[in-house]
Design a protein around this ligand. Structure first.
Ligand code: G6Q
Length: 554
């Protein structure tokens, strides 16, 4: 049954109608304990704790309990248990969904088809430790005996976005003299510009591809091998400079990478959930295996919390339900992730895939339509940059955007007043979105100016803000591997909760297939001597135009 047909859905619609008349300002005025009521803390061991403030959402106790009822009626927690138990909840691909097993730091076994996968996970981690330590210590050298100075991860989508985001986020934990690069785009410019200035003798390539059949990655890997062999000359040297991170031994071998240089994972790890697996080898090399394991620990803390905390205390559950409340009841079609943390400058790009590829679907897993909207558009930039770019629309546009603000209480780089300024900005933005500014307040501000009253009235209109724009606020002590692991896992499970409520399969991605199919059809039509095949008028004309501009037709 569609979630929209559950009686609780109609009750929530009524609650939304009633809430329209209530401003967030008045909610705060009425209830001095609102912050305590609508915030939660999650202990992160040696990394302190994470505070989630969701008091600047358009909710009250009544709505919150209705949302928790929705979770119950939509069987979200049963679905969660089935995921952790290794059931094949990715039904359209007939796979279990067990990225949580990759960061299971407990002794608890995790079964897939009756087999405990934890020994395999530990073995894969040990392999990553051995390799990353050898590279970081200089024990693993290039073919000419020189130390590796540059690691290039070649992968795309899930085999790129997570690793690059984490390596950027944890820059303070990286080793001097060992640089990490990421090449994803099939546009040759990406590989060319990355390799410019690198030395084949001291460069290690990690070919990261779950399937090892991805067009972009294989093309980049082939060109990288050519570049390498241009200097190394002999095929046998490839072994020291090319590692494969994959589930597909056959294709890895066919590519010419030896089995001992293959770092494995399994089909129950989805691409966009794979940074915790061997796909994270670039992270382990960059920050060291101990720090990588702290990242896993942070995620494990959140997994345990999601698995066991009471619904009203359960952060991912609350975040997911608030997400549904905003997107499906208030019609807020866009969600901005706004880290006031320069180290998280790739966080929104990473979450864009995690969220939009997971929940950007119009059908339920059973094939029925959702009956409501799919997950929202997700975007974001670090603060304060975004303030000088797109915040105008967030404050005064007619389309609503829900926001997540993230900030560390303390910085890795104490520099003058920078961090205090950063903090004042993020706090101000959340306050401004909630409070807004009435026309009367704007008029008061203009009272002492000499302009004519008419102009004052006009400006007061322009300078007023509706407010009532919802945001979550995440505050952590300092961005370290454990905190980052926890943050990522929180978002992963938020996505899970939203997908579960809607009844869709968050773990497939059929929507990326059509473009791939058509590109394969068009590819030969762009070669010399070929003709455009059957397409619509626009596509045929564009193919022809490309051919003319590339000198392929007379
Ligand atoms: C993620 C998607 C997708 C995938 C890439 C790369 O969930 O499945 O982004 O990660 O298409 O795939 P390979 O790792 O197989 O090269």
């Amino acid at each position: 049954m569609r979630v929209t047909e559950l009686p609780i859905w109609a009750r929530l619609e009524n609650a939304k109608s009633a809430a329209e008349a209530v401003s967030m300002r008045s909610l705060f005025e009425r209830d001095s304990a609102r912050f305590e009521r609508f915030s939660r803390r999650l202990a992160l061991g040696p990394s302190g704790s994470l505070l989630l403030d969701f008091s600047k959402q358009r909710i009250d106790e009544g709505t919150l309990s209705l949302l928790l009822e929705l979770a119950q009626d939509a069987c979200v927690l049963e679905h969660r248990d089935r995921m952790f138990a290794g059931e094949r909840i990715n039904t359209t691909e007939d796979r279990a969904v067990l990225h949580t097993a990759l960061r299971n730091r407990s002794e608890r076994p995790v079964h897939v088809d009756g087999e405990d996968v934890m020994p395999l996970v530990r073995q894969a981690l040990a392999h990553m430790r051995e390799a990353s330590e050898a590279i970081r210590s200089g024990a693993h050298t290039g073919f000419s005996g020189k130390r590796i100075t540059d690691v290039v991860n070649i992968g795309i989508g899930g085999s790129d976005l997570g690793p690059v985001m984490v390596v950027e986020a944890l820059a303070p934990f990286t080793q001097e003299g060992l640089r990490t690069h990421f090449v994803s785009n099939v546009d040759g410019t990406h590989l060319h510009e990355t390799l410019r200035g690198l030395d084949p003798e001291t460069t290690l390539f990690l070919v990261a591809s779950k399937t090892f059949t991805t067009q972009e990655t294989l093309e980049n890997a082939r060109s990288a091998r050519e570049w390498f062999l241009g200097r190394a000359k002999e095929e046998r040297h490839v072994a020291k400079h090319f590692f494969a991170l994959s589930t597909n031994e056959q294709e890895v071998t066919a590519f010419g990478i030896a089995k001992e240089n293959m770092f494995v994972f399994w089909d129950w790890v989805g691409g966009r959930y794979s940074l915790w697996s061997s796909i994270g080898l670039s992270i382990a090399i960059a920050i060291g295996m101990d720090a990588f394991e702290q990242l896993l620990e942070g995620a494990h803390l959140v997994d345990e919390h999601f698995r066991t905390a009471a619904p009203a205390e359960n952060l991912p559950l609350l975040l997911g339900l608030i997400g549904i409340w905003n997107a499906n009841f208030w019609d807020i079609g866009a969600h901005a992730v706004l880290p006031y943390d320069q180290y998280l400058h790739r966080f929104a790009a990473y979450l864009q895939q995690a969220d939009m590829e997971s929940n950007g679907k119009g059908l339920r897993a059973d094939g029925d339509s959702l009956g409501t909207d799919s997950g929202p558009v997700l975007f974001g930039e670090p603060g304060t940059n975004g303030q000088h770019a797109f915040y105008q629309l967030i404050h005064q546009g007619t389309r609503l955007v829900s926001c997540d603000f993230l900030v560390a209480a303390n910085t890795h780089n104490p520099l003058g007043r920078h961090h205090t300024l950063l903090l004042s900005n993020v706090l101000a933005q959340a306050e401004a979105l909630m409070r807004g500014k009435t026309e009367a307040e704007a008029l008061v501000e203009l009272a002492n100016t000499s302009m004519p009253d008419e102009r004052k009235a006009l400006l007061a209109k322009q300078k007023s803000f509706t407010g009532n724009r919802p945001s979550n606020f995440f505050l952590y002590d300092k961005l370290d591997p454990r905190t980052l692991g926890a943050l990522i896992a929180l978002y992963e499970h938020r996505i899970f909760v939203m997908g579960s409520v809607l009844g869709l399969n968050s773990f497939d991605q059929w929507g990326v297939e059509l473009g791939k199919q058509l590109a394969n059809k068009i590819l030969p039509e762009l070669e010399a001597g070929a003709k455009a095949g059957a397409h619509d008028g626009s596509t045929t004309a564009l193919i022809e135009e490309v051919r003319v501009r590339r000198g392929l037709t007379q």
